[in-house]
Design a protein around this ligand. Structure first.
Ligand code: SF4
Ligand code: SF4
Length: 427
């Protein structure tokens, strides 16, 4: 991408760059479930160009169209001009948010994401009362709503809540010998729901004798708000996190993250977001060199692979799904496979790079029919491998894939590669 962010976000320049070759159409997640030219990458770009030139009003129909993109970046990956369709759609969603406001339940959720103490209380209360509104499925760490609401369908699976979050169940500084030290950014889903991810990462660091700093003041990376157009929340959380990371980054070798979306947000999207705030853009750039997905750092900076070679084989078959924010945005796809392969038999699904259909808060609520339609083919693809476990370093993918597997009555369970690696180390 050779254009400056100012040119990219000048929508008509990006729109004019589209040569209408159509290479993006077959891979477009929304076009595959809603085969209409307006909900395709080149359709989005055309409309954005018209909006910029004043030929398109940002009305409810336009809002509906621009909120239909999954932000999966499949189009960017195949586009001969690498046009950043996801970035311009994220940007126009801010205009949509300003014009129409953000729905009350999203505003409430983003308010919680700004304040960890509020989040801690809300999730604790949620844990106490979750059985009133939800049926719990302990075997998959998930639950179904007992009623259907406009933003929450009863047939979908959600992650269940834990009594105590990952960050609140562990000390901030964990001494594993003191020779090396990393910070851990855990992400909200792994902090409040899939807590075994963080605990497994701590087990791995203990085996490798690497100290862990849990950076307990970390705030949500802001990705849910960014994808929804609530730029005030992104601005608030991103500035806080950058300042916070600067305060300890010299004391640690890396900030490792077992979550693709959080890692991509901190490492790549912060810089895009701050394109018109030069000081913050520079600070985001400096901090990004310290940020790694957990498997990426463990593979390239430790002897974990050698340790795993000394452990027993597991007979379970594993298939790996590539999260969009890992493979396409950060180029991380070999590392999790390489580490998992040391102790498990990996059977690749027909197209691990196809988006799972998570798509963000709007897609998971008002537009869940699209998420469901995109998710079921992914579940079918997983089922065809006959794998015991599907793995991906992303809890958003986990939430969506668990829901999709539920529709197909699959026996396959989801685990983060970090959990599989920690299990292998215990054998
Ligand atoms: S980001 Fe994904 S859903 Fe959106 S236009 Fe591109 S391919 Fe389609
Ligand atoms: S691949 Fe790129 S240039 Fe071709 S139609 Fe899609 S967005 Fe336009």
């Amino acid at each position: 991408m050779s254009k400056s962010p100012q040119e990219i976000f000048n929508f008509d320049i990006t729109a004019d760059d589209c040569v209408k070759c159509g290479k993006c159409i077959p891979v477009c997640t929304i076009h595959n479930v809603n085969a209409d030219e307006v909900t395709s990458p080149r359709g989005f770009l055309d409309l954005l160009g018209a909006y910029k030139r004043g030929n398109l009003e940002l009305d409810k129909t336009a809002k509906d169209i621009f909120e239909s993109c999954f932000l999966c970046t499949n189009c960017v990956d195949v586009c001969p001009k690498t046009l950043p369709v996801d970035m311009v759609i994220e940007q126009v969603r801010s205009d949509i948010g300003k014009k129409f406001g953000i729905a009350w339940y999203k505003r409430l959720f983003f308010l919680l994401l700004r304040h960890r103490w509020m989040n801690d209380i809300a999730f604790k209360l949620g844990w106490v009362f979750q059985t009133c509104g939800f049926k719990i499925k302990a075997e998959t760490d998930s639950m179904n709503s007992r009623f259907s609401l406009p933003m929450l369908k009863a047939d979908r699976v959600l992650p269940s809540l834990r009594k105590t979050s990952f960050l609140n169940s562990n000390p901030e500084n964990i001494d594993n010998g003191g020779k090396r030290k990393v910070a851990v950014f855990i992400g909200c889903l792994a902090n409040y729901n899939y807590v075994d991810v963080g605990n497994s990462l701590l087990d791995i660091l203990e085996t490798l004798e690497i100290d862990a700093f849990l950076a307990k003041s970390q705030k949500c990376c802001g990705a849910p708000a960014y994808f929804t157009g609530d730029f005030d929340t992104v601005n608030h959380n991103a500035k806080f996190n950058i300042e916070y990371f600067e305060s300890f980054s010299k004391d640690v070798e890396a900030i490792i993250i077992p979550e693709a979306t959080c890692s991509a947000m901190l490492k790549i999207d912060y810089e895009h977001f701050f394109h018109d705030q030069p000081e913050w853009k520079e600070r985001a750039k400096v901090i990004k060199d310290k940020i790694f997905m957990a498997t990426e750092w463990l593979q390239h900076h430790t002897h974990l692979e050698q340790v795993l070679k000394t452990k027993k084989e597991d007979t379970r078959i594993v298939t790996y799904h590539d999260p969009c924010h890992a493979r396409k945005m950060q180029g991380v796809y070999k590392e999790p496979r390489n580490l998992v392969r040391k102790n498990y038999n990996i059977v690749e699904m027909s197209d691990p790079n196809v988006c799972c259909g998570f798509g963000g808060i709007t897609m998971q609520s008002e537009k869940y029919h699209f998420a469901k339609a995109a998710g079921i083919p992914k579940a079918d693809m997983i089922n065809k491998t006959e794998a015991d476990v599907v793995t991906a370093e992303c809890s958003a993918c986990r939430m969506q894939i668990n829901s999709s597997l539920g529709y197909t009555e699959s026996k396959t369970v989801f685990k983060n590669p970090i959990e599989l690696i920690a299990e292998a180390l215990k054998r």
